[in-house]
Design a protein around this ligand. Structure first.
Ligand SMILES: [Zn+2]
Length: 321
């Protein structure tokens, strides 16, 4: 069936699976399963393909009706097929995803880095005619960027383009796991939350966070800052400053049509966007001819990974015909 594809977003903690109608930009069925990091690729793909089969049954289509399966996955990907495992993932090196998936479901399979597919989804949803080049900064447990140039994903020689987490932003910043100080990785959900919780500990228990402490999210910290809670305001200021500096760096280097901020954090809405725009406005442009960055929040929100993976696959299938 044309335009019906499966889009899979394999994250560090959860894998989101969607059956997507790419023509009408609709998710017909979706499901989230644990990624189970210690599993090898066979076990992981077995669970994913079982879920796809079940979901097809639920919406009364045959598995053969799917035009293809697209994966967005952490880390570098070679030629839309081979996955280089990142830390924490117990997959074998250079798993050929199409070959492995075809053992269970014999239809075309494409794979790309997760942030690249998000960026491609954000590019398509906005209408191809108006944009050519976009960069999407996605903030989940970590932080990374996806680059679309002339309507195509740019992943670089080794599939690592857009790995911006260890860009140095602040020479007085916190020590990063890479050993340097002040990396952009501070804005990744995991690091940001860890640093924030340590600060809360140092300053004594803060009543405001008592009910949240066990599963505090970065969005909760943003919400607290909206309420004027002092520690959150301080942290969100630092966060926005880091992100704004990176946005200026990207804009000066690449001058894209648009820079999108995606990931759970984009749900903080205009509060986040206005803060970042304000920080950006005071940075980087010495002369009038220097362009100001055009920054927007993700349109696809929590579904960006699913849509992006399906759309990337649709694009590759159409290009190969
Ligand atoms: Zn680093």
């Amino acid at each position: 069936m044309k335009n019906i594809l499966a889009g899979i977003d394999v994250g560090g903690t959860y894998t989101k699976i969607g059956i997507v109608d790419t023509e009408n930009m609709q998710i017909l069925k979706e499901k989230t399963i644990p990624t189970v990091e210690h599993c090898n690729s066979t076990n992981c793909l077995n669970r994913i393909t079982d879920s796809i089969k079940e979901m097809c049954l639920d919406i009364k289509i045959s598995i053969d009706d799917l035009e293809g399966i697209g994966f967005g996955i952490l880390g570098p990907v070679i030629n839309n097929k081979k996955v280089v495992p990142v830390r924490g993932f117990h997959w074998e090196d250079m798993v050929d995803l199409e070959k492995e998936v075809n053992k269970y479901i014999d239809i075309p399979v494409f794979v790309e880095n997760d942030v690249n597919v998000i960026s491609f989804g954000e590019y398509i949803i906005r209408g191809k005619d108006e944009l050519k080049n976009i960069v999407t900064i996605a903030i989940g447990t970590g932080i990374g960027a996806g680059i679309v140039i002339d309507g195509k994903i740019y992943s670089g020689k080794n599939g690592t383009a857009g790995e911006i987490a260890h860009t140095k932003i602040n020479s007085d910043g916190e020590i990063c796991e890479c050993g340097r100080r002040g990396c952009l990785s501070f804005c990744g959900g995991g690091s940001f939350k860890k640093s924030f919780l340590e600060e809360l500990k140092c300053t004594g228990t803060n009543e405001y966070y008592e009910h949240l402490i066990s599963d505090l999210t970065v969005k909760d910290i943003f919400d607290a800052a909206k309420d004027g809670e002092k520690i959150a305001v301080k942290y969100i200021n630092v966060f926005s400053e880091y992100l704004a500096k990176e946005i200026i760096n990207i804009n000066n280097f690449f001058n894209p049509d648009l820079i999108v901020i995606a990931g759970g954090i984009s749900l903080s809405g205009s509060f986040l966007l206005e803060k970042i725009k304000k920080k950006c406005s005071g940075m980087g442009a010495l002369d009038n001819w220097m362009s100001k960055p055009n920054v927007e929040l993700s349109v696809l929100g929590n579904h960006a990974g699913i849509f992006g993976a399906a759309l990337m696959t649709k694009y590759n299938l159409d290009a190969n015909h």
